[in-house]
Design a protein around this ligand. Structure first.
Ligand code: LR7
Ligand code: MN
Length: 778
C-alpha cells in the first residue's frame, strides 16, 4: 500500500513536470509563430515598397536606375519592371553599329569604287539663289540677295484648329495615391521652384512696349504649363497635348539680356503621360507579335525602320530623362536667346515627323521657342501636304515651307534659315525625340559665346523596337580618312588633364550634322553651308572645318539629349547616284578646306576623283574667297589644335629608296636617275612615296614609260599613269613597285650591270624588284 502511494506521489511529480514542460513548450511555440508571422509581414511590406518604387520609376523616369555605370556605348534604358519580365539586361548594341551607317557604306565602297566613269554628273544646284545680304554676309563681300528659293510659305490659319487626335485619357491611379512619396515630393519641389522662378521673372519686368507685353504673355503661358502640372494630382489629368505653348506668333526675342540665372527648366508636358500602358510609353521597346511580322516587313521600307510599331506609339510619349544627375541642378541665364527649330524632311514617316515636333513643343520652354519651321523638300507623299497643314494648324508656332523642287537637305536647311525669326537656329532631323531640358543648355553656350556651336548628345531610338537608348559618356564626333564621320571617346588623358565630369561640354572636332544650334547671325557670317553641296552628305564636315578654322567652336553638351532613329538606308530617292553625290560633296570640302592634306582624302580610295573627266565638282571660287575673307586658319592648325590625336602624315613613306638586290639607293642628278651608295645626308637620294602613289622628288615623279622604260615627269595628281603600287595588299609583291596603269603586272627593277632602271614583268622572288623606303608613315 505504502509502495503504491509513493509510486503515485512520484508519478504525480512526473506528471506535474510533464504538464509544466508542455506549457513552456507551448509558450515558445506561440512566440516563434508570432516571429515568423512578423517576418512574413515585413517581407510583404518590403515587396510592396519595391513594387511602389518600380511603379514610381515607371511614372517618372527611372533616372536613378539608368544612371548607374554603363559598359556599352549604347544602352537600352530597361525599366526594372521590364527587365524582370523580359529577363534581359542592357542591350549590347555597339555604338559603331548603330551610329551612322556611313562607316559601313564606306567600307563597301572600297569594293566597288570605279576607276573611270563616263556618265559625269552635271551640276544643277542653283547655287546663285543663295547669296546673302551685305548685312548678313561675309565681311567685305557685297552680294545680291535672292531668297526666291522656289519656296512657298504656307500660312496656316488658326481658325481651323484641330482637336488633338490622341488616345483616350487615362489617369494613372497608382500615381494619384502616392502623393507623398519622397521622389514625388522632389519633382513637386522642382516644379514649385520653377513656378517661383517664372513668377519672379514675370513680376520683375513691368511690361511697357507691345513686345514686352507679349513677353509677359508668353511667360504666363509657361506658368500655365508648370502650374497645371503641379495641380494635376488634384484633378483628373487633362490630355497633356492640348498644348499651351505658343499662341503668339509675334516677335518675343530676348534682345535685352537679363543678368540673373535660374535652375534649368525641366519642363516636360509628358511627365504624366495620358496612357501609362501605351505601346512604347516611357521609351520602352515596342513589341510586335509574330502574327504582325508580315505587316512590320511590309511597312519597313517606308522609312527603313519599324514604321508599323512607330504608328502604334503615342505621338507624345514620355521618354526617360537620361541626363547626368547634376544637369537638373545646373544654372542658366535668364535672358537666353530665342530659337527657331528647323526640321527639313523629304517623305518622312507621319508618326516620326509628328513625334519630333511634339517632343519640341512638349519639352521646350515656350518663351525660348520662337517657332518650328518644317521645310518640305519636295516630298512625294500625300499625307505630307494638306493633312500635315491641317494637323499643324493647331500649333501656331509651327510654320511649313514647301520647296518647289527637290533641293536636298543642305539647301533645304538654308531655305529654313532664310525665313527664321529666332536669334538662334536649331537644326534637327525629322525623326528625333528631344529629351527633358534639352534646349536651355544649348542656348546657354551661345549666350556665353556666340561663336560656340553646341550639339546635343545624340541618343539612339532603335529602328527595330523604337526603344530609347542612352549612349556612353565622353563621346565626340571625329572623322577618319577619307572624311568618314565616326564617334570616339575623349582620350582619358584629356579627361584627367581638364578635370572633366560627365556633364561638361565636350570639344567636338566634327559634328554628326543633323542636330545643332547656331547663332543665326554667326551662321550667315560664316557664309552658311556651301550651297553647292547636293542632297545629302559631307555638309557636316564642311560646317565643322569652317567653324573651327574660322574662329568658332563645336561642343557636345551632355546635359542636352535628343534621340534619333538611325536607319540602315536613306528612305528617299537621290536625284542622282547616291555614291557620286556624296563623293562630289566631299571633294568640294577637301578642295576648299584641307590644304595640302587633301592628298590624304584622295589617297584613301578617292584617287579617281582627281580626274576631272570622272567628276565635275563645280565652281569653288566663292568658297575659296570666303575662306580668305574670313581669314580662317590652316587645316594644319585644325589638326594640331582641335584634333591632335588624328594621325595625318602628309606622305606614305619617305627617305632613301633602297634596292635589295643592288644594295644601293636611288639618286636623282640633273634630271636623270642612277644608283649610289646610300647616304642619308645626300638630298639627291631623298624621295617621297606620296598618297597619290607617286615616287617623288620636288616636282619630279618617276613614271613608267613605253613597254619597258621609265621617265621623269613633272608630277600631276590627276594622271593615273604616274602611280605605283607599293606595300599594297598583294602579299607576294609587297616590296615591289608595280606600275598601276600598265595592264599586266610590270615592276620597277634595278639593272645590276648599268646601275639604271627598267620595267620588267613582276617576279615575286626577284630581289632587284624589291625596294624599301627609310620611313613608312602610313
Ligand atoms: O534630300 C534630302 N532632303 C531632306 O530634307 C535628304 C534628306 N532630307 C532630310 C531628311 O528627311 C532628314 O530629316 O534631312 C534630314 C537628314 O537626313 P537623314 O536622316 O537621311 O540623314 P542621316 O541621319 O542618315 O545622316 C546624317 O548625315 C547627314 C549628312 O548629310 C546629315 O547631316 C544628317 O542630318 C545627319 N544626321 C545626324 O547627324 C543625326 C545623327 C546621325 C549620326 C551620327
Ligand atoms: Mn537622320
Amino acid at each position: 500500500m505504502m509502495r503504491l502511494r509513493r509510486y503515485l506521489r512520484d508519478s504525480g511529480r512526473v506528471l506535474a513536470f510533464v504538464f509544466v514542460a508542455s506549457v513552456i513548450w507551448l509558450l515558445f511555440d506561440m512566440a516563434a509563430l508570432r516571429l515568423s508571422l512578423n517576418e512574413v509581414n515585413s517581407q510583404l511590406l518590403k515587396e510592396r515598397v519595391i513594387k511602389e518604387k518600380e511603379i514610381f520609376k515607371q511614372q517618372f523616369g527611372a533616372t536613378q536606375h539608368m544612371k548607374r555605370g554603363f559598359k556599352h556605348p549604347v544602352q537600352r534604358v530597361d525599366w526594372a519592371v521590364t527587365q524582370a519580365r523580359k529577363g534581359t539586361g542592357t542591350s549590347g548594341v555597339k555604338l559603331a553599329q548603330v551610329y551612322r551607317h556611313e562607316g559601313k557604306e564606306q567600307d563597301k565602297k572600297w569594293n566597288f569604287i570605279k576607276k573611270q566613269g563616263d556618265d559625269v554628273p552635271k551640276r544643277d544646284d542653283g547655287a546663285a539663289l543663295y547669296n546673302f545680304t551685305p548685312k548678313q554676309g561675309v565681311p567685305g563681300k557685297k552680294k545680291k540677295v535672292n531668297f526666291d528659293l522656289n519656296v512657298a510659305v504656307v500660312n496656316i490659319t488658326h481658325k481651323n484648329k484641330l482637336a488633338y487626335k490622341g488616345e483616350p485619357v487615362k489617369v494613372a491611379q497608382s500615381l494619384l495615391h502616392r502623393k507623398d512619396s519622397k521622389a514625388n515630393k522632389a519633382v513637386k519641389n522642382q516644379l514649385q521652384e520653377e513656378e517661383a522662378h517664372l513668377v519672379k521673372t514675370t513680376a520683375e519686368q513691368p511690361a511697357n512696349t507691345d513686345k514686352e507685353k507679349q513677353d509677359v504673355k508668353d511667360r504666363e503661358q509657361v506658368l500655365v504649363t508648370v502650374t497645371s502640372t503641379l495641380h494635376a494630382e488634384k484633378e483628373p489629368v487633362k490630355p497633356s497635348v492640348s498644348l499651351p505653348v505658343g499662341g503668339h506668333a509675334k516677335d518675343n526675342s530676348t534682345a535685352v539680356r537679363k543678368p540673373g540665372v535660374h535652375k534649368v527648366l525641366s519642363l516636360d508636358m509628358t511627365a504624366r503621360p495620358r496612357d501609362a500602358n501605351a505601346v512604347g510609353q516611357f521609351g520602352q521597346a515596342a513589341l510586335a507579335g509574330w502574327k504582325e511580322d508580315a505587316e512590320v516587313r511590309k511597312r519597313w521600307d517606308e522609312g527603313y525602320f519599324n514604321v508599323y510599331l512607330s504608328e502604334k506609339i503615342p505621338l507624345d510619349r514620355a521618354i526617360p530623362d537620361t541626363r547626368p544627375d547634376m544637369c537638373a541642378q545646373n544654372l542658366v541665364h535668364d535672358g537666353l536667346p530665342s530659337t527657331s527649330v528647323i526640321f527639313c524632311f523629304v517623305d518622312e514617316v507621319w508618326s516620326t515627323l509628328l513625334r519630333s515636333v511634339h517632343s519640341v513643343l512638349n519639352r521646350s520652354p515656350p518663351h525660348l521657342l520662337k517657332e518650328i519651321i518644317l521645310v518640305d523638300d519636295f516630298s512625294t507623299k500625300d499625307y505630307l501636304k494638306k493633312q500635315l497643314d491641317d494637323y499643324m494648324a493647331q500649333f501656331p508656332k509651327v510654320r511649313i515651307i514647301r520647296l518647289k523642287e527637290r533641293q536636298g537637305l543642305i539647301r533645304a536647311r538654308l531655305a529654313g534659315a532664310a525665313v527664321a525669326k529666332g536669334e538662334v537656329l536649331t537644326f534637327l532631323d525629322s525623326h528625333v525625340e528631344c529629351n527633358v531640358g534639352w534646349l536651355e543648355p544649348l542656348l546657354e553656350r551661345i549666350y556665353l559665346d556666340r561663336k560656340k556651336v553646341p550639339c546635343p548628345v545624340i541618343e539612339v531610338i532603335s529602328d527595330k523596337d523604337m526603344s530609347y537608348m542612352m549612349v556612353d559618356n565622353f563621346q565626340r564626333g571625329i572623322f577618319k580618312w577619307p572624311l568618314v564621320f565616326g564617334w570616339s571617346a575623349v582620350p582619358p588623358a584629356d579627361i584627367k588633364k581638364n578635370n572633366m565630369t560627365i556633364s561638361d561640354p565636350i570639344r567636338c572636332p566634327v559634328m554628326a550634322g543633323g542636330l545643332f544650334s547656331i547663332d543665326k547671325k554667326y551662321f550667315f557670317e560664316l557664309g552658311t553651308y556651301d550651297p553647292g553641296l547636293d542632297v545629302w552628305g559631307g555638309e557636316n564636315m564642311e560646317i565643322s572645318f569652317k567653324i573651327w578654322m574660322c574662329g568658332g567652336e563645336i561642343e557636345i553638351i551632355p546635359c542636352s539629349r535628343v534621340g534619333h532613329i538611325f536607319r540602315g538606308q536613306n528612305p528617299y530617292k537621290f536625284p542622282k547616284d547616291r555614291q557620286k553625290t556624296v563623293e562630289r560633296n566631299l571633294a568640294r570640302v577637301a578642295e576648299v578646306w584641307l590644304d595640302e592634306y587633301k592628298d590624304l582624302f584622295y589617297g584613301h580610295g578617292y584617287h579617281h576623283l582627281q580626274d576631272k573627266k570622272v567628276i565635275d565638282i563645280g565652281n569653288l571660287t566663292e568658297q575659296i574667297e570666303l575662306r580668305k575673307n574670313l581669314k580662317c586658319k590652316s587645316f594644319k592648325w585644325y589638326l594640331e589644335n582641335v584634333y591632335p590625336d588624328m594621325v595625318a602624315p602628309l606622305v606614305k613613306a619617305e627617305g632613301l629608296v633602297f634596292n635589295r638586290g643592288l644594295r644601293k639607293c636611288l639618286a636623282l642628278h640633273n634630271g636623270s636617275l642612277s644608283f649610289e651608295t646610300c647616304d642619308l645626308s645626300k638630298q639627291a637620294q631623298h624621295f617621297n612615296y606620296t598618297w597619290m602613289r607617286h615616287i617623288r622628288q620636288q616636282n619630279l615623279c618617276v613614271a613608267p614609260r613605253g613597254s619597258s622604260g621609265f621617265a621623269l615627269l613633272s608630277c600631276d595628281n590627276t594622271k593615273p599613269e604616274l602611280r605605283w603600287f607599293h606595300k599594297s595588299s598583294n602579299s607576294a609583291l609587297v616590296e615591289h613597285l608595280i606600275a598601276e596603269f600598265v595592264s599586266h603586272h610590270m615592276c620597277l627593277e634595278a639593272e645590276s650591270r648599268s646601275d639604271t632602271l627598267r620595267l620588267n614583268p613582276c617576279e615575286p622572288s626577284n630581289t632587284f624588284q624589291k625596294w624599301e623606303f627609310t620611313h613608312y608613315l602610313a
